[in-house]
Write a protein that binds this ligand. Structure first.
Ligand code: FEO
Length: 399
């Protein structure tokens, strides 16, 4: 891929991963990018590296601009391996004068790479370095996405290198937000937030407030994944504001797994009842929908209605796996309800209720179980349950 000058003398030199389809459980069906930036100043500095599999792309891109040995500084905004995997090879080639990282970054680098004599220099929020004609300020962003994470801000260029924040797993030959389809871009951004950052929403809120307080002038945000924001900065900041507040619309999801289609019949009847209350509803069979796409739907939904039959005193495996994934991300401000068909023991509804109560969902009711195959009367009960859910969504949703 060609290198791209995103600001005068600041170049994208990262790598496009067209092939990756799974990112620790997140389906990256359009690949991703690992962004790295080379700043050509009196001191030449490389900000972040790329996944180890793409080291040769990074090196090739650097070679198009300079001899790697001329790089003076490395800045490591985040140590997760998708950004630091090439660090040992880069250190060996570049022999940098200094490697800047946060205090937690230093620990993470030591625990990942066990370096003998790397010139690590710790920086903290408010510290800055000069590259010659420009300075770079650092802002620690602990837990966004790891304890070591930090932003690099270029006041002279009004540029924020935002590490994982504002990223998208989206492989394209384009490098800017205004060169790709806007709704596709926002879809990837939402999926990224839902699957990487939902858990950290309270920290996102604090960070957005802090950045506003600092009065940073920003006309470009360059994350470590996906395209660079230069035309839709206000859109992505507003979206993060909404997502981090768990704002949801008048919308319910009926998410289920089914064994002999009885729970599926119940799901459809419940969805019918929800729609009768003029609430938007989506039916999601976990056999056909990836957990990470379901999490994206949950981002904007007020009610999460879960269904599973009972298998061996427990849940069907797909529902159990989905619950484990969702509990890790901890979406909040949701209404919850559960249902399912069973044969003799029927624990599934209680297990789903317990999981949602643990996540502090506001439970609409105690749940609906039906023995074996639902008949017309049983399905009518499901419709009535759906109507109660719909009314609760209507009463509590913001829009
Ligand atoms: Fe893209 Fe937290 O790494």
């Amino acid at each position: 891929m060609k290198t791209v000058e995103i600001k005068e003398n600041i170049h994208w030199v990262g790598a496009i991963d067209w092939d990756v389809r799974d990112f620790h459980g997140y389906s990256t069906y359009q690949g991703t990018t690992y962004n790295a930036f080379l700043v050509m100043d009196e001191k030449i500095a490389l900000f972040d590296t790329v996944k180890k599999t793409h080291f040769s792309d990074l090196l090739h891109h650097i070679h198009q601009l300079t001899d790697p040995e001329k790089i003076d500084y490395l800045v490591i905004n985040h140590v997760e391996m998708d950004h630091s995997g090439s660090l040992p090879e880069i250190v060996q080639r570049v022999k940098p004068e200094k490697i800047f990282c946060s205090q937690m970054g230093r620990k993470a680098i030591e625990q990942h790479f066990h370096p003998k004599d790397w010139p690590l220099v710790e920086v903290k929020s408010g510290d800055s370095i000069s590259l010659g004609s420009r300075t770079v300020q650092f802002l620690e962003t602990r837990m966004l996405h790891w304890p070591d994470s930090m932003f690099s801000y270029f006041p002279d260029d009004k540029l924020l290198l935002s590490s994982d924040a504002f990223g998208q797993h989206y492989a394209t030959s384009e490098r800017f937000d205004d060169e790709v389809d806007f709704s596709t871009l926002m879809g990837h951004s939402a999926k990224y937030y839902a699957n990487i950052l939902t858990l950290f929403s309270p920290l996102i809120r604090k960070l957005l407030a802090k950045v506003a307080d600092m009065g940073l002038e920003i006309d470009m945000i360059a994350p470590d994944h996906g395209v660079v924001w230069r035309s839709h900065i206000r859109d992505i900041l507003n979206a993060y504001d909404d997502w981090s507040q768990n704002k949801s619309g008048r919308r319910a999801l009926v998410i289920y797994d089914t064994m002999w289609k009885s729970t599926k019949k119940m799901a459809r009847a419940i969805a019918t009842g929800i729609s009768m209350e003029d609430v938007s509803v989506k039916l999601i069979d976990l056999a056909y929908n990836h957990r990470s796409d379901v999490m994206t739907d949950i981002l904007g939904a007020k009610a999460v209605v879960l269904g599973s039959p009972t298998l061996n005193n427990g849940l069907l495996p797909r529902m159990a796996g989905f619950l484990m994934y969702m509990r890790g991300l901890r979406p909040t401000n949701k209404l919850g309800a559960a249902f399912g068909s069973y044969g003799w023991s029927g624990e599934a509804v209680k297990l789903m209720n317990n999981a949602m109560e643990e996540m502090k969902f506001d439970m609409i009711e105690s749940g609906l179980r039906h023995k074996y195959v639902p008949d017309h009367e049983a399905l009518q009960e499901c419709v009535e349950m759906g109507r109660r859910i719909g009314r609760a969504v209507r009463e509590q949703s913001e829009g």
